[in-house]
Design a binder for this molecule. Structure first.
Ligand code: ADP
Ligand code: MG
Length: 241
């Protein structure tokens, strides 16, 4: 099981859309997927119509008052499950801040999932801020998947994330964290700007940028992204020298 934090401190860049559509496409391709909605706005949760269902949310599990395994709901899609968010998560931020292990709460919360091998990938849909919740996601994740909008200042935003990743690594909270991928979103083929932004980001981040670019209409490219994702996460059959 790999834990992927879908993160960018900017809102509206396509985090939730990427987490939900990539998760759905991977499930369709046979992968067992868990979405963890870490955003108090609960957009991923409501995209499945699961807000307020049985009062199930990440909140209690995050505070150590329940096991995450009790908080998993099925979605209408086979092999795709979700731990919903609710607005209480905004308060959890304050409560976690008072705990001694406040950076590793989410990592602890997800531990039972590692043990029982039910999922291939866990995607954490992060809130749009550099706060405690997002830091927890980075401390819990094997890698970061960062959607970047093809807009001005895309690189500036990325530089901040790279710095945060280095901080989390240096703090010892998560030494294995790496930026596993950057996905360019909302590409507009009619403007030079989109092409220029993609070229700039590729120049700085090279291989880490997914070749699949998500245009302003999503479906097909998410499936292409899912295929490329699997390719990147399948170990080579024979070890190359
Ligand atoms: N590739 C895309 N093309 C067009 N609209 C998109 C695309 N990706 C996301 N959107 C829309 O942009 C808005 C913000 O996307 P969202 O995934 O919620 O961003 P975030 O989670 O980063 O805040 C939503 O209304 C979403 O439907
Ligand atoms: Mg979102």
């Amino acid at each position: 099981m790999k834990i992927i934090a879908v993160a960018n401190q900017k809102g509206g860049v396509g985090k939730t859309t990427t987490a939900v559509n990539l998760g759905s496409a991977l499930a369709e391709l046979g992968q067992r997927i868990l979405l963890v909605d870490l955003d108090p706005q609960a957009n991923a949760t409501s995209s499945f119509g699961l807000q307020g269902v049985d009062e199930t949310s990440l909140y209690e599990a995050l505070l150590g008052e329940a096991s995450i395994t009790e908080k998993i709901l099925p979605t209408r899609r086979e092999r795709l499950f979700i731990v919903p968010a609710d607005i209480d998560l905004a308060g959890a931020e304050v409560e976690i801040a008072r705990m001694p292990n406040h950076l590793t709460r989410l990592a602890e919360t997800l531990k039972p999932l590692l043990a029982d091998d039910t999922f291939d990938f866990v995607f954490i849909d992060c809130p749009p801020s550099l706060g405690i919740l997002m830091s927890n996601a980075l401390a819990a994740a094997d890698e970061l998947l960062t959607p970047i909008q093809c807009e001005y200042f895309a690189l500036e935003g990325l530089v901040k994330i790279v710095r945060l990743v280095e901080q989390v690594r240096d703090s010892g909270a998560n030494k294995r964290l790496e930026i596993g991928g950057i996905v360019m979103t909302m590409f507009d083929g009619r403007t030079n700007l989109s092409a220029q932004v993609v070229a700039d980001v590729r120049e700085h981040f090279g291989e880490r940028v997914y070749e699949t670019v998500i245009p302003r209409s999503v479906r097909l490219s998410e499936r292409a992204l899912a295929r490329e994702f699997i390719q990147r996460h399948t170990p080579p059959a024979t070890a190359l020298e």
